[in-house]
Design a protein around this ligand. Structure first.
Ligand SMILES: Cc1ncc(COP(=O)(O)O)c(C=O)c1O
Length: 373
């Protein structure tokens, strides 16, 4: 019997994929972001479900993540968004992982390795238009293209940028980034370079900035059922994919004045029924939820009391008189008419739903409900 687990509803993933497709026009393709264990949902199973629904391109952040997908039998195109270090090049080549070039220092080693194997390695160039993280400057691009022309072993398959504020209050920074991106693309096209794949849009930009779609979009959080758009943007029709649940391990009744958990941060002011839950911060259930968050038991909210421990969390079920040991407890998800989703947990912990989902640890088994077809 599983007591604590994450249930991943692949039918909801497929629903969200259909919502991405609804935003797109013409021949715009999808590059699904499955990095960070598919935002905590399980990279292999998520990727397999997406591929079954005609997604042909996936993105991860590292060669290690790419290799894990290949080991799981994924044959789709895989783009590596982060740095491909020199010692990882043989694996990237052997397993058809496509590097993103964000730093020209990486080019010679890649070119030499591809030449040695007598192969043409597709690469995507990344332009930093205002994210301030990875990416080449616009000034570097022409000389890089010149170098690539001489190294026949590397083929520019894609040109990308990443938007820093597509979910921001205004579109100003996104407009500026897109203008810079356009300028560079136009320059390259005038120079006679044909780049098959041009991409910039994350989830927020897919929903909000059709002018950022180009030939390929890169949805992440939207596939998993969340967005961080401002309230002024009509909310997309998404379904959260992951439910996090556990089981009441033990119930106890404590007298007024009794303290719960480390450092006595909660002291009962009434006769209080406490449920002990076998989940804690080692599972990714944040300690910042201490005395703040709530869970669902028998369709009602039970507040977290005391500090969340490494492996256990205590909740107050005094007002849920029917609660029993063995009851299902929903930490993220729906139970009856009540729901607590990752964005509410994120509000309690001062973060974003991305971090709540990615943070669910490896100790928590993922159970999949299959999608039809
Ligand atoms: C380069 C890149 N593209 C796309 C995404 C997907 O972003 P989102 O999850 O907001 O759709 C990410 C995620 O961080 C990213 O790093």
């Amino acid at each position: 019997m599983l007591t604590t687990y994450a249930h991943v509803n692949l039918a909801s993933l497929v629903h969200n994929l259909s919502q991405v497709k609804r935003c797109l026009s013409g021949s715009c393709e999808i590059l699904a972001i499955v990095k960070a264990n598919a935002y905590g949902h399980g990279a292999a199973e998520t990727a397999q479900a997406l591929v079954r629904h005609d997604v042909t391109r996936l993105a991860v952040v590292s060669v290690k993540e790419g290799l894990a997908l290949r080991e799981a039998g994924i044959t789709a195109e895989i783009l590596v968004l982060g740095t491909v270090f020199d010692e990882q090049i043989p694996d990237a080549l052997t397993h058809r992982l496509t590097p993103v070039i964000s730093d020209r220092q990486r080019l010679p080693a890649l070119a030499r390795a591809a030449t040695a194997r007598n192969t043409s390695l597709p690469v995507h160039l990344k332009l930093d238009t205002g994210m301030g993280r990875l990416g080449l400057s616009a000034e570097e691009i022409p000389s890089i293209i010149e170098s690539l022309r001489s190294w026949k072993s590397l083929a520019v398959e894609g040109m990308m940028t990443h938007l820093a504020d597509a979910d921001g209050k205004t579109s100003d920074h996104t407009d500026e980034q897109l203008a810079r991106f356009h300028e560079t693309i136009t320059l390259l096209q005038r120079g006679g370079l044909h780049i098959p794949l041009i991409h910039a849009a994350n989830s927020a930009a897919i929903i909000r900035f059709p002018q950022a779609h180009f030939s390929l979009v890169r949805p992440g959080i939207m596939l998993y059922g969340y967005h961080t758009l401002p309230a002024s943007v009509p909310a997309p029709n998404l379904q959260p994919v992951l439910t996090l649940q556990t089981t009441i391990a033990q119930l106890r009744t404590v007298e007024p004045g009794s303290a719960i958990s480390y450092n006595r941060t909660f002291v009962a002011t009434r006769k209080t029924r406490i449920a002990v839950l076998p989940i804690g911060y080692a599972d990714g259930y944040s300690r910042r939820l201490s005395n703040r968050g709530a869970v669902l038991i028998r369709g009602r909210r039970a507040p977290i009391v005391g500090l969340v421990c490494m492996d256990m969390t205590m909740v107050d079920v005094t007002d849920i008189s029917a609660a029993q040991a063995g009851d299902e407890v929903i930490l993220i998800g729906r139970q009856g008419n009540e729901a607590i989703w990752a964005d509410e947990v994120a509000e309690w912990t001062g973060t974003i739903p991305y971090e709540v989902l990615c943070g669910i640890g490896p100790r928590v088994p993922r159970i999949y409900s299959s999608c039809s077809s």
